[in-house]
Unconditional design. Structure first.
Length: 261
C-alpha cells in the first residue's frame, strides 16, 4: 500500500510539471485535454484565474483585483515567510585620488543625488572644532572627492559649522543649507528675567554642542542664527555658492511672519 501511494504521488507530481510546461509554452489545447481527462487540480483556482487574466488576457484591472484576493486567501504567506527581508551592512573604504577620506566627525550634514549616485557631505564637529570641508562620494565608483577644503574661503561660502541641515533639489541640482552651530556659538546662562548673560567660558563651545546632542534644557540655550545658502552642482554656476539670507527668522519677520517657536 505504501509503495502504491508513493507511486501515485510521483505520477501526480510528474503530471503537474507536464501541465505547467505545456501552459508556459502556450500549448493550451493539449494542456486543457490532459487537465480535463485527469481531473487533476493543478493549483488553487485563484492562481489559475490569475494566470489566465494576466498572461492570456492581459486584463490588468482584473489582475489587480485578483492579486488582492490571492493575498487575502493567504496564498502568498509561504513565499513571504521564506524570504523575509534583512539588513546587510557593508563597510566602505573608498578614498579620493590622494587616498584621503573625510576625517572623524559628528553633527555633519549629508544629502544624496539619486540620479547621479552622489552623496554630499558638509562640515561637522571633530571634537575640537567645527569643520568647513565639503566632500562628494561617488557611490558607483566607491570614491570620495574633495570639493572644498574650506568653504569659508570661497565667495559666498558658508563658514565652519555643525548640527546644520542640507537637502538636494533633484530638479535644479542645487543643495540648500540651513542653520549652524559654530565655534562662536555658546550656551549662555540666563538671568531671572530670561535674558542671556555674559561670561563666555572656555568650555562654552563644548557645552553648545552637548546641548545640540540632547544634553541640557532647550530653554537654557540662546537662539542661533539660521543662515541660508545654496550650492550649484550643475549648469553655468556649477561649484558656486549663493548666500540667500543671514537669518531666515529675520526674513520672516520682514514679511510680517513670525518664526515658529
Amino acid at each position: 500500500m505504501t509503495t502504491f501511494i508513493a507511486n501515485q504521488y510521483r505520477e501526480t507530481a510528474v503530471l503537474r510539471h507536464l501541465l505547467k510546461h505545456l501552459r508556459q509554452r502556450r500549448l493550451l489545447t493539449p494542456y486543457q485535454s490532459i487537465l480535463a481527462r485527469s481531473g487533476l487540480q493543478l493549483e488553487h483556482p485563484l492562481v489559475t484565474e490569475l494566470h489566465s487574466s494576466m498572461v492570456l488576457q492581459g486584463n490588468w484591472s482584473h489582475t489587480e483585483q485578483l492579486v488582492h484576493h490571492v493575498s487575502q486567501a493567504g496564498l502568498f504567506d509561504a513565499y513571504l515567510h521564506s524570504c523575509q527581508p534583512h539588513a546587510v551592512w557593508k563597510r566602505l573604504y573608498g578614498t579620493d585620488a590622494d587616498g584621503d577620506v573625510p576625517s572623524h566627525r559628528g553633527g555633519h550634514a549629508m544629502c544624496i543625488d539619486h540620479a547621479n549616485g552622489m552623496i554630499y557631505l558638509l562640515g561637522g564637529w571633530d571634537g575640537q572644532k567645527s569643520l568647513d570641508d565639503f566632500w562628494v562620494y561617488d557611490i558607483k565608483g566607491d570614491k570620495w572627492h574633495i570639493l572644498s577644503h574650506s568653504t569659508s574661503t570661497e565667495k559666498n561660502g558658508p563658514g565652519a559649522r555643525s548640527c546644520h541641515k542640507i537637502v538636494f533639489d533633484a530638479k535644479t541640482g542645487c543643495i540648500y543649507l540651513l542653520g549652524r552651530l559654530s565655534d562662536a556659538d555658546a550656551l549662555k546662562p540666563r538671568g531671572s528675567d530670561g535674558a542671556a548673560t555674559g561670561g563666555n567660558t572656555a568650555g562654552s563651545s563644548r557645552q553648545a554642542h552637548g546641548a545640540a546632542a540632547g544634553e541640557g534644557s532647550a530653554s537654557a540655550t540662546t537662539a542661533f542664527c539660521s543662515e541660508f545658502y545654496r550650492y550649484h552642482t550643475r549648469g553655468l554656476d556649477s561649484g558656486k555658492w549663493d548666500f540667500l539670507t543671514f537669518d531666515t527668522a529675520v526674513s520672516l519677520c520682514h514679511y510680517g511672519l513670525a518664526p515658529l517657536a
